[in-house]
Design a protein around this ligand. Structure first.
Ligand SMILES: Nc1ncnc2c1ncn2[C@@H]1O[C@H](COP(=O)(O)OP(=O)(O)OP(=O)(O)O)[C@@H](O)[C@H]1O
Ligand SMILES: [Mg+2]
Length: 298
């Protein structure tokens, strides 16, 4: 049976915040991060859930956190609900497969974006100026073309409802300090390359992605989610062809639909046709299956 969780409400737990996708509960020493089935596009939450999307994202993230462990530690304490604090027990069934018990970190106020291909806001900025986040790129690049080297293109991290803004490296330095900015840049590029190489073997191009880091016990750790179709552009390698936008395993399909109906990108978002929800879900499932070998409801 498909399980749909649009929003959680656990009366015994202390709700810290609701992000666009995740409900975060403060358990005192630790945080409980619950990935719901909400989907956002253009930073606005859609009124319709994508059934089990939260499970899909959680399973993909767990896979990558593990792969990246030799390079960078992460916030995971456990993703096994049976190990969670006693107070979570009444909600075990809802939490299963879609939650993580995590270390309470202090999130850095920048989002660490890495681009291996030129697309989205990077492509827009390149067309205007040849520059992306302060980095001058070679002339004559086509849309979706592979960059000579992956680039670090940070953005600000804004509250729900406000769009993140692309910034250059020096602006990132002003926000988090030079030492941290240099470290997260180096780690981001390293884990992007490792992830992209592995995904490539599974037939997926990771065109770009966003990492979040936090400080825990004076160390930098990876937090939030990693290399999912929500935080990245995933393209099927098979049909990759530069010079245009690409087919994708991520939200691009939903974005294209929303553009096609001329929605002004301001809340409230329109209700989604069943077909659009179904196709979006299938794309997320394809990504899960290709990356981890797992599947839900197939
Ligand atoms: N280990 C952690 N410690 C503290 N905060 C965390 C941790 N992991 C994730 N977070 C924060 O929890 C939130 C997750 O919610 P979600 O992914 O839905 O947010 P979002 O809407 O994408 O973005 P925003 O951060 O702007 O709300 C993020 O704000 C993220 O920075
Ligand atoms: Mg997020």
């Amino acid at each position: 049976m498909e399980q749909i969780v649009f929003e959680t409400d656990f009366p015994k737990l202390n709700l810290l915040k609701r992000g666009k996708v995740r409900d975060m509960y403060d358990l005192g020493e630790t945080l409980l991060m619950v990935a719901t089935d909400r989907i956002s596009a253009f930073d606005v939450i859609m009124p319709d859930p994508v059934p089990e999307k939260g499970k899909i994202l959680t399973q993909i993230s767990l896979f990558w956190f593990d792969v990246m462990k030799p390079v960078i530690s992460n916030h995971i304490i456990s993703s096994n609900v049976d190990d969670y604090p006693e107070i979570c027990k009444p909600y075990a069934e809802m939490l299963r497969d879609r939650s993580m018990l995590v270390k309470k970190a202090k999130p850095l106020s920048i989002e660490c974006v890495v681009r291996g291909y030129i697309s989205g806001s990077g492509w827009k900025s390149y067309q205007e100026s040849g520059i992306v986040c302060g980095i001058k790129l070679p002339d004559g690049l086509q849309e979706s073309e592979k960059l000579p080297e992956p680039i670090f293109t940070p953005s600000t991290k804004e509250e729900v409802g406000v769009h993140d803004v692309n910034i250059n490296f020096e602006e990132a330095v002003k926000i988090v300090g030079r030492n941290l900015a240099e470290k997260v840049k180096e780690i981001s590029l390293l884990i992007y390359k490792k992830g992209a190489e592995l995904a490539d073997k599974k037939g997926i191009i990771i065109a770009d992605t966003k990492f979040e880091f936090g400080i825990f016990e004076n160390n930098i750790i990876l937090i939030d989610e990693i290399l999912t179709p929500d935080s990245s552009r995933f393209w099927p390698k098979e049909s990759y062809s530069p010079g245009q936008s690409q087919k994708s395993y991520d939200k691009q399909y939903l974005r294209d639909y929303l553009i096609s109906i001329n929605w002004d990108k301001l809340p409230p978002a329109p209700f989604l046709p069943k077909e659009v929800v179904k196709n979006t879900r299938e794309k997320y499932l394809d990504a899960l299956n290709l990356i981890t070998g797992k599947s839900y409801g197939l």
